[in-house]
Design a protein around this ligand. Sequence first.
Ligand code: ZN
Length: 347
Amino acid sequence: MIYQWNKPLWHKLLGQAGRLPHALLLCGPAGGGKMDFARALAARLLCETASGEAEACGNCPSCKWFAAGNHPDFRLIEPGGDETGPEGEGGEVEPASQKKKSEQIRIDQVRALDDFLSIGTHRQGARVIIVHPAEAMNRATANALLKMLEEPSASTLFILITNNRRKLLPTILSRCQTLNFPKSPPEQALVWLRESSVPHAEELLSHAGGMPLMAVDEAAGWAHLEGFYRDLAQIEQAGPIVIAGRWEAQLKESRDGAASVDKAAFVLWMQKWVFDLISVKLCGAVVFHAHKLKEVRAAAARASISALFDYYSDLLRIKAVAQHPLNPRLFLEDMLSRYARAASSGR
Ligand SMILES: [Zn+2]
């Protein structure tokens, strides 16, 4: 699917059809539709009838294979690969090895492409490989991929996707044509969210920093997000330990049912909140809480700017360990106690 705000890129790229590079790098902030664009491009190149700037037809044998997820000339390389082991028993902590595995693209996933590239295509057309996200490759894996990019096979397109170009090796960057995805204009994003029947569209879009697909992802956690603000407003009366208990209960519920909140989400929400407290103190404006301006101003007035800066650095450290198998209760108590101190530091 090509979202409205990405259509100019599509036309620009397909306008040079026949002269497509061997490797494309789709860059831009998360939540703007890069993956959907990459899939649409793969489908279009594999399609047996579409031409020019048209999207894939959706009806030919190739399109049907692609939609079913088993086109023989297509590969999707993602973290977690095919070796996801059985789920661990639902204890308090996740096994570290399992987490590790799911965050990185393994070198054998890339090496397996050798066979794929060495034989002719099954449908006598293009061959497409999506690597997503490209920053999930460590140096050895990236170098294995680099060898393939340096000796391109005929009619083959590699599509690498990244939210953070700076995390990629310069040698990889130099082999790819970069396609920069601009942020969607807010009006267009809002129209799309409303057409997609996403409730609280305006608030979610604001909290997602203007990235529409991220707003959709957060919609499932709306009730948790509302609770998050209520709890922060009560932190002085209730105390950080009580609030940590509430949040831990939400983590447990989420793990058992539809996952809508995890430790990383709480840290991210806290980062956005504190970012805006600092922002409103420095320049009177907010980035993520246009819908909560009154609350942000009230909280900012009670805190000192230096304590907020210190707490923001703490959060970066806390974020780095959010995926580690720590006791979630202690993790949340630590994050909230530090917040409580920073939030009342201005008096
Ligand atoms: Zn087709």
